[in-house]
Design a binder for this molecule. Structure first.
Ligand SMILES: [Zn+2]
Ligand SMILES: [Zn+2]
Length: 479
């Protein structure tokens, strides 16, 4: 394994990596190369230090690189990561701005002072920041403070009363791993060092200085939209409200029925097709967003019912069944249980997760269809559709493939609904040289009669129904 560390001179962030490696049980030899930021052509990222592993992987966030050598143990990882984030977003940028550049700003300086105060309080009666041994949190914070503490002048000004910090710093310094690192990477202290940090890291200006350093011209319209004082007061009041003063959420029941005089909320996420193993995109875009709303709704003590289920009818199922050589039923059974397990694993708080193929669901759908049909809300219309004689069936869009009809795209394997070559929608009957996905023979155009729901005719009825079933209620559609 070859480990290369590119750094500019005097950068305290580099110290983190060397110390962390010294603590690693599988300590490696680090080849340090002093470079300037402008020389950094090979590593991609314009940050220093950069750790390059085996000539292929490079880590340019110094805390991540330190964790590469000394990962936080599982039981302490939360506390350690919190400190690492604080070091990366508060401590380090403020040190770099206050001591490492020419921008002088009282607000940034004050934020740094309160950050140091906070650290001093955290270290009260403690040898280490987390647990009872050196962790990567001690290492990164120690390294960032090294140039400050080692500068007699700065240390006197900033740390003379913060004795917990100095005590902790000196105790760690006594350990060989810290001493060796300082001997290996010789650094100047004070402003020179923080200037190296400032140049290497390219920090954003700390937020606390936003109003003086970067000030955008405000348009008059901006002022009109600004929040007024009563809104600020209301927000402050809401913020200070303790959760303990809120009414206790009532427990969940197995069966959720609408309650009279209650706010009844029915939540259904989009029904996932039963033809895949759900990935994070499915979770985030579908069941999780509804889950968040369901949890919010329950916290408000609304009578909440969150249901979903696998969408099992349709060509998606048929295509997958053909692909896997299974019956549609077998495909649905297989993928329903995969979906069900995954959502359980993610702790999605469904009150009921079902399937569209249950007898109740089937009966309900057929009843809806018949009622619509018997009451004149359906009409038929003949449309042209591709038909495969060999297979003796009309081909749903996904069962036809052929040349993309979109101008400029010569993709040969476009599907009847979409072309993966250009990403555009396709009209199945417009495919060039269409072929049946099942038997590859050439389908022919035939007219067939299809049912359509007469939506304009149905609409006033829907509005009426919504009014009587839930006064003031509305159906909100997601996606
Ligand atoms: Zn195309
Ligand atoms: Zn065919």
């Amino acid at each position: 394994m070859t480990i290369k560390l590119y750094t500019n001179q005097n950068n305290p962030a580099t110290l983190k990596l060397i110390i962390a490696n010294n603590f690693s049980s599988s300590k490696v030899k680090i080849d340090i190369e002093i470079v300037n930021l402008q020389d950094l052509k090979t590593c991609g990222a314009k940050h220093l230090p950069v750790l390059e592993i085996n000539n292929e992987q490079s880590i340019f966030m110094s805390n991540a690189a330190a964790c590469y050598f000394l990962p936080p143990s599982e039981n302490n990882s939360f506390a350690i990561n919190e400190l690492l984030e604080w070091e990366a977003t508060v401590l380090s940028p403020h040190l770099a701005y206050v001591f490492g550049c020419s921008i002088k700003n009282e607000k940034i300086k004050n934020t740094l002072l309160s950050a140091l105060n906070k650290l001093n309080t955290t270290l009260e009666n403690k040898y280490f920041l987390v647990g009872d041994t050196v962790t990567v949190a001690d290492i990164v914070i120690w390294s960032s403070l090294y140039p400050l503490i080692k500068s007699t002048e700065l240390s006197k000004e900033y740390l003379s009363v913060l004795t917990n910090i100095s005590g902790w710093f000196l105790k760690l310094y006594d350990q060989g791993q810290f001493k060796d690192a300082v001997a290996e990477f010789r650094m100047e202290t004070g402003q020179t060092s923080y200037n190296a940090l400032f140049i290497g890291a390219r920090y954003f200006t700390p937020a606390s200085s936003g109003d003086t350093v970067i000030k955008e011209k405000e348009s008059p319209q901006h002022h009109a939209e600004a929040v007024n004082s009563s809104e600020v007061l209301a927000a402050k009041k809401a913020w200070q409200k303790d959760f303990r003063t809120l009414p206790k959420p009532k427990g969940r029941t197995n069966v959720v029925l609408p309650g009279v005089g209650e706010k009844n909320v029915l939540i259904t996420s989009a029904l996932p097709y039963v033809n895949n193993v759900p990935h994070l995109g499915n979770i985030i875009g579908c069941v999780l967003s509804a889950d968040v709303f369901a949890r919010f709704s329950r916290l408000c003590n609304y009578n909440t019912l969150y249901i979903s289920g696998t969408d099992e009818y349709g060509t998606a199922t048929e295509t997958k069944a053909l692909e896997e050589g299974l019956s549609c039923q077998a495909i649905c059974d297989k993928y329903f249980s995969i979906h069900n397990d995954i959502y359980k694993w993610f702790n999605i708080s469904f009150d009921y997760f079902g399937r569209t193929s249950t007898p109740q669901q089937t009966e309900l759908c057929q009843d809806l269809f018949l009622q619509l049909n018997n009451n004149g809300f359906m009409f038929t219309q003949s449309i042209e559709q591709l038909h495969c004689e060999q297979c003796d069936r009309y081909l749903a869009d996904r069962f036809v493939e052929g040349g993309c009809p979109n101008v400029g795209c010569n993709y040969e394997d476009a599907r009847g609904d979409q072309c993966d070559g250009c990403g555009k929608l396709v009209n199945a009957v417009e495919l060039k040289n269409p072929r049946c996905k099942i038997c590859s023979s050439k389908p022919k155009l035939r007219t067939s009669n299809q049912f359509f729901i007469d939506l304009p005719k149905l609409e006033p009825l829907l509005h009426h129904w919504m009014k009587i079933s839930s006064p003031g209620g509305r159906i909100t559609r997601k996606s």
